[in-house]
Design a binder for this molecule. Sequence first.
Ligand SMILES: [Zn+2]
Length: 400
Amino acid sequence: MLVTRFPVPAAEPRDEALWQRALALHRSAIVVDGHNDITGAMTDDGYNLATPSAGKHHTDLPRLREGGVSALFFAIYVDHKFVTNNTATRRALAVIDATHREIERHPNDLVLCTTAAGIRAAKQSGRIAALMGAENGAAIEDSLATLRAFHRLGVRYLTLTHMQATTWADASTAPPRHQGLSDFGKSVVREMNRLGMMVDVSHVADKTMSDVLDLTIAPIIASHSSARALAPHPRNIPDDLLKRIATNGGVVMVNFYPGYIDPRISVVLEQLQPELDALRAQWRDQPARSRAERRKLMEGRLPVTPLAVVIDHIEHVIKVAGINHVGLGSDFDGISIVPADLRDVSMFPNITYELLKRGHSEADVKKILGENFLRVFAEVERRATAKPDQISGGPEGRTR
Ligand SMILES: [Zn+2]
């Protein structure tokens, strides 16, 4: 049993004038979160986003307002268990449906957005832009027709893998099956380029990312990934690929998860893994219960990751890829532990404050908060319309 206790760093007193400046800048900026997993609770527990849920979830409408979030990507996440059950597409459709219904339920707060211009219009209208990104390429069940149907339903990015390899792309956290992208995987990327759907390389293996960069005619995104030079987790992106994403014109949206960004945490998590696995098995049918128990188990046994670590990752991406290629992808409600001062969606203004404190210009802070992402999204749309309509594959869109 691990008994290590880590000291909690003392909070620095806030510079009130700087905080007011940060708040004003934050409210005027377009703030985009590249990846949020509250969709699990919406789909499985009928969670209504208007219900304040602090202590249970990271996300609800009051806290999204407080956090000045202008746009967020609801993760259309398909767990590996649905892949092994052969119900991956059905699951994706259930999550897409739950997201549409939640947007319809809150017409004064949320508006479905499928374009970069739509995000700006939502901000103008005082509503939060709700977008969808599908997480796990297995969701299309090897069908380009299904990929196109997802696009028509409003899905604007596809994360090519989750933790496991798909039948056509390797993941960063599982043994390679294809040495990157298979031929069908390449046709998925081409079809996404043609449709104007963003290719998301979070979770994929380095070789998959490299294959995508060789192939894509549009900028790519990493919707929730950080810098491997600062923390050696395979989910983070190494410097050579950060540079290539810069050349590609894409954006790396930094993930807040301490388990990825803080190397001290990975060590402890590894030690706790048997207990965590036991809890997950025990509460398999009650994910919320499992999460709560996991949180309790980890409490006090993990070092507290300060917000500064997230800012360090942002600054590393800036150093290696440049100021035009960094954004934010929280992973809120997909993660069981969070950094101090970045505990839920209400705390995004703390990022703005910390960036200003470190001397970043207001224009640069706006780029990080959302303008870089908006540039990529608009460019992906532009490239799509510039390409002739050449649907690949047969009636099912299968080319494998
Ligand atoms: Zn993820």
